[in-house]
Design a protein around this ligand. Structure first.
Ligand code: FES
Ligand code: FES
Length: 161
């Protein structure tokens, strides 16, 4: 079947998509968006987290056909032109990236969190990222990355609005 959808603001189309194919496979193998990672393919690790119509979803659990006519935003779509998104820069500066396998999903989930909560409490950060597993960083640097992004945004805006 043919799938047409929008990915990171651009129209995309793929032909000969199998009914059992996942959105993650569609993105990575057919449409050229390898940022979302395939670590478990069972909805357990969060490495494949994307926005689907603005709502977080595990792309490995979504059938490719479900993306028909919808809007997908991947980790590649977080960046602002050639510059990194604030959350991406904060992860780098906090040392929250080691092997990087979990990083795309964590970035999308953290991006969503700080869009909803300008200054998230630690409990809110932990809850928002609870579905994203990391085997490298021990999570403290990841939490620090989210705190840093929130603090920088507050400093820029002059208030924690
Ligand atoms: S690859 Fe989708 S949740 Fe792990
Ligand atoms: S940085 Fe390696 S799994 Fe998270």
């Amino acid at each position: 079947m043919r799938i047409s959808c929008t990915v990171n603001g651009e129209p995309q189309q793929a032909d000969d998509v199998w009914e059992g194919e996942s959105l993650l496979y569609l993105l990575r193998e057919r449409l050229g968006f390898p940022g979302s990672k395939n670590a478990c393919e069972q909805g357990e690790c969060g490495s494949c987290t994307v926005y689907l119509d603005g709502v977080l979803a595990c792309a490995c659990l979504i059938a490719a056909g479900q993306a028909q006519g919808r809007d997908v935003r991947t980790v590649e779509g977080l960046a602002d032109g050639d510059g990194l998104a604030a959350i991406q820069q904060a992860f780098l500066d906090a040392g929250a990236v080691q092997c990087g396998f979990c990083t795309p999903g964590l970035l999308v989930a953290a991006h969503d969190l700080i869009a909803r909560h300008a200054v998230p409490a630690d409990a809110e950060i932990r809850e928002a990222l609870a579905g994203n597993l990391c085997r490298c960083t021990g999570y403290e640097k990841i939490l620090e990355g989210v705190r840093l992004a929130a603090a920088r945004r507050t400093a820029q805006s002059g208030s924690p609005s």
